[in-house]
Design a protein around this ligand. Structure first.
Ligand SMILES: *[C@@H]1O[C@H](CO)[C@@H](O)[C@H](O)[C@H]1NC(C)=O
Ligand SMILES: *[C@@H]1O[C@H](CO)[C@@H](O)[C@H](O)[C@H]1NC(C)=O
Ligand SMILES: *[C@@H]1O[C@H](CO)[C@@H](O)[C@H](O)[C@H]1NC(C)=O
Ligand SMILES: [Zn+2]
Length: 670
C-alpha cells in the first residue's frame, strides 16, 4: 500500500530553563520599611474589636498612566478584581478611622525615652514606598529632632495630609522599567513598606509591573495568568514574606517570636532579616530521602503554624505531617517565601506559575496564622494537586512515589514519566480541562544528586545507565526537577494557541482541525488511541503532534458520550478504545479516542453512580450492542490507492504553508 504521508512540521523549541519567569520576590531591607507606624485609633482600647473585611486602596503611580493604553487598561481592569478577592477573603480587627503613612527620615530614626519616634534632621522631601513616591496627602507630619537637642521631638515640615479614609492597606502600583525588570524574566514584584504599631500588620506596600512583559496574550490568558500573579504579589505585601515571619502573632495577638525590650524582634545581620521563632518555621531532617543513588539526608524548612498544619494534614490526608515545606531553591526571596513547588505544584503561592493557579485553604490558613487576619475559607479555591494522596506523597521524594507506582503498574500521577519529545505526545491535565504534556526533559548536564529521580524511564533505551539517567528531570527547577503534567501553548510569531478545552477561542480553524476537536463550555480533554489521519484520494495528512484533544462530552444515567462533529460515541467502560472513520469536508478522518473516567468531567457529576461502572462481562455484551448501533459513516472510497510519493514534491506548497515555526512555551508568571 503506498500511502503518502504529509506531515505538518512544527518546530518545537523548548525555552531554555534559565528563561523561566519566576517570582523574584526580594525581602525589603530593614531601612526600606517603616515599623510601628502609629495612627490615632479611638477604638484601640475596646476589648471586643469586631473583625471587618479588610479595605484595600490602590494608588496608581504615573508610570501606570503613562503605559500604552492597551496595557494600562489591562492593569486597571485586573487590579480591582484582585482587590475584590482579598477584601472578601481577609478580615482585620485593628482598623483606624484615617490611615496616614510615616514620612521617610532624612537620616537615622531615633526613638525618644517616652517612645516617640523621631527623625534625626527631619524627613526627606519625598517619601517612597518601594520605588513609588507616596503622595503627600497620604503622609503624617514629620517629627524631627536634632543632635544635642536632648531628643526633643518637634513637628516639622508641611502639615499632615488628609490621609486615607476607609483604608486598612494601601498598595502603590507602578510600572517602571527598573533594574529588576531588565533581567527579562521578572514580571512583577511586590513587598510591604510600612507596618502599623499595635500588631505590626502591614498597612502599605507596593508592586511594580515590568512593562515589557505586561499585557500580551488573549483575554482568557489575562484572567488565567495575570490576575493570579497580581493576587500572588499582593500576598507578599500582606503577609507571606520571609521578612514578616518574625512579626507574626498568635490568635491572642501576642508576638510569636522573641522581642527585645524595645519591642523589636531580634535582627540577624548576617541574614539581613528579623529572626522568627521555631513556633513558625522549623527545620526537619529526613534521613531516608530516596533518590536514584540511594537514601540521602535532607533538611526541609517547614511552616508549622497551627492553621497551616491543620489544613495541610487534611488536604494530603496525612495526620502525622509535621509541617508544610517552604521552597528550598532560589535566593532568600524565592526560597522561604513560597510553598515548595514539588508538593504544592499549582498552588498560587509557589514560586513559579505553571498552570491553573489556585489559592488553596493552606495559603489562607497562613494568612490566619499571621495573627493579623481572620479569613473566609469559603473563598479558597479547590486544589486537586496531592489531594488525599497521603503521607507517602507528601513526606517522601517524588523518586519514591514514582518508583512505587510504576512497580505496582499504576499511574505515577500527578508526576509523569513520558519524555517530552518530537513529535510531542500530548496528555490531559489532571482536571481534564486542558491538553497538557509531561514536562520530563533531558538536560545537558547531570542534575545534582538530590534531584536525580530516575533509575529507569519506561521506553527509554538508556535504562540501567545511571549516568545517562542523571540528565533526565522535570523542566521546573523549583519542583526539585520532579516531572509533572503541565498545560502548554504554542507560539507562532506573536500569536499563541492555548489548549484549555473550555475556551472556544482556542478552536483551530477547520483546515487545521485534524482531530476534529471541539472547544467550548462543555468540552473535556480526551486521550487519543491513535494518530489521527485525514485523507482524500491524493494524500493522507496528519498533524505532527497527537495524544489528546478536546471534545464535547455528556452523560445520561447509563453512560458517557463523546461527540465528534455530529456523531455521538457511547462509552461503556473507562479506557475503552473507540475507533472510527468520519467523512467530512472532503476528507476521511480516521481517529480513535479513549473513554475517560466519568469523574473526568464535572458535567457528569450527578450521574456518577451509573456512569461506567460496568463489569467486564457486561461491557462485552453492551459493546456488541453499541457496535451494531454505530452510526453509518459515509466514507470516500478511492478507485485507486492515494497516489504515489512524487506528489509530495508537487504539493510542496502545502508543506511550506504548514512549516510554521512554533515555540513550545511554558508560562512562568511571577
Ligand atoms: C531508604 O528509605 C526507605 C524509606 O523511605 C526505606 O524503606 C529503605 O529501606 C531505605 N533503604 C536503605 C538502603 O536504607
Ligand atoms: C465568605 O465568602 C462567601 C463566598 O464568597 C460569601 O458568600 C460570604 O458572605 C463571605 N463571608 C464574609 C463574612 O465575608
Ligand atoms: C485517608 O487515609 C486513610 C488511611 O491512611 C484512609 O483510610 C482514608 O480512606 C483516606 N481518606 C481519603 C479521603 O482518602
Ligand atoms: Zn512570589
Amino acid at each position: 500500500m503506498s500511502i503518502l504521508f504529509i506531515i505538518m512540521i512544527l518546530q518545537i523549541v523548548a525555552l531554555n530553563n534559565a528563561q523561566n519567569i519566576q517570582c523574584s520576590y526580594k525581602p525589603p531591607n530593614k531601612d526600606e520599611v517603616m515599623y510601628k507606624v502609629s495612627n490615632p485609633n479611638p477604638n484601640q482600647h475596646k476589648r471586643s474589636l469586631k473583625a471587618n473585611n479588610i479595605r484595600i486602596k490602590i494608588h496608581y503611580d504615573s508610570t501606570v498612566s503613562n503605559l500604552p493604553e492597551e496595557k494600562s487598561n489591562i492593569v486597571k481592569a485586573v487590579f480591582p478584581l484582585a482587590v475584590d478577592y482579598w477584601q472578601k477573603t481577609l478580615m482585620v480587627r485593628n482598623s483606624v478611622p484615617v490611615l496616614r503613612l510615616s514620612p521617610t527620615c532624612r537620616a537615622k530614626e531615633i526613638v525618644t525615652k517616652n517612645g516617640v519616634r523621631c527623625c534625626l534632621f527631619g524627613c526627606l522631601k519625598r517619601s517612597r514606598c518601594g520605588e513609588v513616591y507616596i503622595p503627600k496627602d497620604h503622609l503624617q507630619r514629620c517629627k524631627q529632632t536634632l543632635l544635642f537637642s536632648n531628643n526633643h521631638c518637634i513637628p516639622s515640615g508641611p502639615n499632615q495630609g488628609k490621609g486615607l479614609s476607609n483604608t486598612d492597606f494601601v498598595l502603590y502600583v507602578s510600572s517602571g522599567q527598573t533594574d529588576r525588570c531588565r533581567d527579562g524574566n521578572t514580571f512583577a514584584y511586590a513587598a510591604h513598606c510600612q507596618l502599623e504599631d499595635s500588631m505590626d500588620r502591614p498597612i502599605a506596600g507596593y508592586i511594580n509591573l515590568c512593562p515589557d512583559l505586561l499585557g500580551s496574550g488573549t483575554p482568557s490568558h489575562v484572567i488565567s495568568v495575570f490576575l493570579p500573579t497580581i493576587k500572588h504579589e499582593f500576598l507578599h505585601a500582606l503577609g507571606f514574606s520571609v521578612s514578616l515571619y518574625a512579626f507574626y502573632r498568635d490568635q491572642d495577638g501576642r508576638p510569636l517570636s522573641p522581642r527585645l525590650a524595645n519591642g523589636d524582634p531580634v535582627y540577624d545581620n548576617k541574614m539581613n532579616l528579623y529572626k522568627w521563632s521555631d513556633k513558625i518555621i522549623r527545620p526537619v531532617i529526613r534521613n531516608d530521602w530516596q533518590v536514584a543513588s540511594g537514601n540521602i539526608s535532607r533538611v526541609f524548612n517547614m511552616m508549622i503554624t497551627p492553621n497551616v498544619l491543620r489544613e495541610a494534614r487534611s488536604h494530603f490526608n496525612c495526620s502525622t505531617l509535621k509541617g508544610v515545606e517552604l521552597e528550598n531553591q532560589g535566593n532568600y526571596g524565592t526560597a522561604m517565601t513560597h510553598w515548595e513547588k514539588r508538593i504544592l505544584e499549582n498552588e498560587a503561592m509557589t514560586g513559579t506559575h505553571t498552570q491553573d493557579t489556585v489559592f488553596s485553604r493552606i495559603t489562607l490558613a497562613l494568612m490566619e496564622d499571621t495573627g493579623w487576619y481572620l479569613v473566609n475559607y469559603s473563598m479558597a479555591e479547590d486544589l486537586a494537586w496531592g489531594k488525599n494522596l497521603g503521607c507517602d506523597f507528601i513526606e517522601k521524594s517524588c523518586f519514591s512515589w514514582i518508583q512505587h507506582r510504576l512497580l505496582s503498574q499504576s499511574d505515577p500521577s500527578p508526576y509523569c514519566v513520558r519524555i517530552k519529545s518530537h513529535p510531542l505526545i500530548t496528555e490531559c491535565s489532571a482536571d481534564r480541562k486542558s491538553m497538557a504534556v509531561c514536562n520530563l526533559v533531558i538536560y545537558d548536564n547531570p542534575l545534582s544528586l538530590e534531584y536525580q529521580n530516575f533509575i529507569n524511564i519506561p521506553g527509554l533505551e538508556h535504562n540501567g545507565d545511571s549516568n545517562a539517567l542523571a540528565h533526565y528531570g522535570g523542566s521546573v527547577l523549583l519542583a526539585d526537577y520532579c516531572p509533572f503534567i503541565q498545560e502548554f501553548i504554542f507560539k507562532v510569531d506573536k500569536q499563541s494557541k492555548a489548549f484549555e478545552c473550555q475556551h472556544d477561542e482556542n478552536m483551530p480553524p477547520k483546515k487545521e482541525n485534524f482531530a476534529l476537536e471541539y472547544y467550548g463550555q462543555d468540552s473535556t480533554c480526551v486521550f487519543h488511541s491513535r494518530r489521527w489521519l485525514k485523507s482524500d484520494c491524493n494524500k493522507i495528512i496528519s498533524w505532527y503532534h497527537y495524544g489528546s484533544g478536546c471534545y464535547k462530552i455528556f452523560c445520561n444515567s447509563t453512560a458517557l458520550y463523546i461527540q465528534v462533529l455530529n456523531y455521538t460515541f457511547e462509552c461503556i467502560y473507562q479506557g475503552q478504545n473507540i475507533s472510527f472513520t468520519i467523512y467530512s469536508d472532503g476528507y476521511n478522518h480516521r481517529g480513535g479516542l479513549i473513554c475517560p473516567p466519568c469523574f473526568a468531567t464535572t458535567l457528569c457529576n450527578n450521574n456518577y453512580q451509573y456512569c461506567l461502572t460496568t463489569t467486564p462481562d457486561d461491557a462485552q455484551f453492551k459493546l456488541n450492542r453499541v457496535k451494531h448501533n454505530l452510526p453509518h459513516h459515509s466514507v470516500v472510497t478511492c478507485r485507486s490507492e492515494p497516489t504515489p510519493i512524487y506528489l509530495l514534491s508537487q504539493k510542496n506548497e502545502i508543506i511550506v504553508i504548514f512549516i510554521i515555526t512554533r515555540m513550545f512555551y511554558q508560562f512562568w508568571g511571577s
